[in-house]
Design a protein around this ligand. Sequence first.
Ligand SMILES: [Zn+2]
Length: 421
Amino acid sequence: MTRPPVTTAAGARAASGPVTTVIENVHVATMQPGAPYGAVRDAAIALAGELVAWVGPRAECPAAPAARRVDARGRWATPGLVDCHTHLVYAGNRAAEFEMRLAGATYEEIARAGGGIVSTVQATRAATEEALLAQALRRVDALRREGVTTLEVKSGYGLEAAAEAKMLRVARAIGRERPLTVRTTFLGAHALPPEYAGRADDYVEAIVESMLPQVAAEGLADAVDAFCERIAFTADQTRRVFEAAKRHGLPVKLHADQLSDGNGALLAARHGALSADHLEYTNAAGVAAMAQAGTVAVLLPGAFYFLREKELPPVETLRRHGVPMAIATDCNPGSSPIASLLLMLSMACTLFRLTPEEALAGVTRNAALALGLGDRGTIAPGLVADLAFWDIGAPAELAYQVCLNACVGVWRSGQPVFGAP
Ligand SMILES: [Zn+2]
């Protein structure tokens, strides 16, 4: 039996008040660093309101006579899962384009037929907030059934002030409609809108001078992201967006080095980014800079799979430099139409050769870090009691088994939201 180290996590708050609930007869993958999975078999978790007060071997659980006792019937508990990179607010879908591509159509033919990101932008601009929310909630509910309790959502299919703000309002509404935490990211620099064709610098000017200040003033975004790539924005344009984000007190993230080595990871690290995402073509200097800056590597195996990419992200170099690796769905209509974080655990292992433990850390501890959330991601005293319960014999099953959702219950902030442990 291994015990979690008795450490206080960075975002821990002092649990106020008495222990309200004790979950017992449970095995816990605390995901605290140290022992594999931070695992404690035959454990107990004591909660004080919305926070974890204590976790450890059941035999050592402090007495709490007034607490509600919950029998987890030998199930495993992990931290609630965190999907730290999604674009799941959008209208329409790209199934017709998928079909055309498989029938041999070229990108140019697809674009001429109205496909590509422009089709998603047009559909999203035309959709009402209610319609966008209804579509998004289907994806969110699929993720919730797999234990997701914290979710990041990016804008980037509006590409004009009003439609970007609409997407972010819908993302905020998800967190009111469903019991999960939503972090929103402004991604105005996702693609060049058609009305700015050939005038990328002018569009970046509009982002910096008007769109971003408006989003910041309305409190719609928790972070700012950009797509730095030959087919999107240059390093110089990305830098301008980052500098504007800093002026508005917003942390940054970056879609970096997905299709080519554009020194995106280096750029992200130099701006103290929370995360650099994709990273298939990232070079060693970029990885070293990320390690120094504390920038999290967010790996997105779903996009790698769907686009049938060949270049693997530099996992061994990331390991050697101790860069925390997160995993996310990248749920979006064009390159990762996937609403399963558990499938990403499998793909991270089979495609990117992560260990099952690294993959689980990638959707818990490190995913929380990628969002700048120090109050969750492990099960530890003082952290938010977001918990997922699993009908498994060992944590490695979560990455091993495909399409057999073993999630039997989810608690958020110390309260059950569905199922039972
Ligand atoms: Zn993305």
